[in-house]
Design a protein around this ligand. Sequence first.
Ligand code: GUN
Ligand code: FE
Length: 433
Amino acid sequence: MKVYKAHILFTKERNRFEVLENSYVAVDGNGRVTGVSTDLTSLVADASERRKPGFEDTEIIDFGDRLLIPAMNDMHVHAAQYRNQGIAMDMELLPWLQNYTFPEETKYADTGYAERMYRRFVHDMWRVGTMRNCTFATIHTESTRVLMHLFQEAGMGSLVGKVGMNRNCTEKLSESVEQMVQGYESLITEFNNPDGLVRPIITPRFIPSCTPEMLRACGELAAKYHLHVQSHLSENKEEIALVQKLEPESTCYGDAYDRYGLFGQTPTVMAHCVFTEKEELELMKRRSVMVAHCPTSNLNVTTGIAPIRLFLDEGLPVGLGSDISGGHSLNIFQIMVYAIQMSKLHYQRNHARAFLTLSEAFWMATKSAGSFFGQVGSFEPGYEFDALVIDDHDLNHDNYSLLERLERFIYLGDDRQIAHRFCRGKEIPEPKQ
Ligand code: GUN
Ligand code: FE
C-alpha cells in the first residue's frame, strides 16, 4: 500500500470542495483509494484491517506543501484534428468541417503521419494532466490502432473511437458499412478487455455523416460487445435542420440516435447539446446520456451557449471536453474557466438560472466525467487513484488559503505547476514524443 501526504482537495458533491490540510490518501495494490484522512494512524489501521497487508509494507510519500487533486478527464476530443489546433476559426460548423476538418482527417490513411501527430497528442494530454479521455480518431482502422497503442504505452486511459462515416463526405473519408464493422471487430479483438485502460468506443461521427445502415450497424456493435458510444448532438441549427431532413421520422435529434440503439442503451456521451430542448432532455434523462460540454468549441465555431445549469438541475450527467480543434485549448483547467464564463453570459440574458461555481466546474471535470470510466474522479474509498500533484509556489506569494491556491492554479496556472501525474495508482512518466 502507498500513502500520499499533501494538501488534498476534491469534490465529493458538486456544491463544495473537500479540503484536507496536511492529510493522507491511502492507495492499495490495485490502484484504488482505501481512505483519505488527516490522521495517518487511523487511515493505515483502517486500510490494513480491510486488506491485511499490515503497517510494514506501507510506503509514505510526502509531497509537502503541494496540492493533491484528482486528475482531469476530457470527455470529447478529436485526436486527428491536433494539427488544426489554434487555426481555421473563421467558419461555422458545416463549412468548417468540409473545408478544414475533413481534409486534415483524410491524411490519417498514412499511419506514419498518424503516428507523428498522435505521439504529440498523447504527450500533450499527459502534459496538461488529463489522464482519461474519450477521443475520436478517424475512419482509418490502422491509424486508430496506432493511437490505442500509444495510450497503452503511456499508461493513460482512453476510449478511442474509429469514426463511422459514409455520407456527406468525400470518397476518401468514407467507408462501407462492412469495412467499418470489420475494422471495429479487429480493434475489439485486440483491445476489448473490460478492465483495460484503453478500449474502443462506438463512434458514428454524427447523423449527417452516417446512413441508416451505418447507424444500425453501430448500434448492433455497441450492443453485441457492450461498448460505450460517443457522438455529437444538437450543436448547430443548420445541423439540426439537416438531421430532421435525413431522419424525418425522428421526433428530435436525440431520438434519431435512439432509434438505432445509440442513445444510452450502453453508456453514451454526447458532445455539445447547445440546442437541446425539453423532449431531448427528457430522453437523455431516461437514458442517463452524459453531456460533454465544450465551451471553447461552442465559442470558436459560433454555435451558442449550452444550458448547463438546466442540465445540472435536471440531474443529467455532465462532463467537460476540449473538442480540439473546434476548441483551441487542450487544458481542462482552462475549459473550467470558459464553462464558468459562458454560464455568466447565459445568466446575463436569463437571471432565472444561476451561473456555475468553481466547485461545480471542478466536479464536472472530475467526479461527474469520471463516472463514465467507472469509479474515477474522486478520492473516496473504492475510487481509482487518478491524481495530480500541483506545485504552485510561484503562484502562492501571499499566504493564500488552500482553496484560493487551487482557484489561482485553475485560472492562472498551466502544466508548469503539475509536478506528478497518476493514473489508476501508477505514476505516469513523460511519454516519448
Ligand atoms: N460534428 C461532426 N463532426 C464534428 C467535429 O469534428 N467537430 C465538431 N465540433 N462538431 C462536429
Ligand atoms: Fe467534436
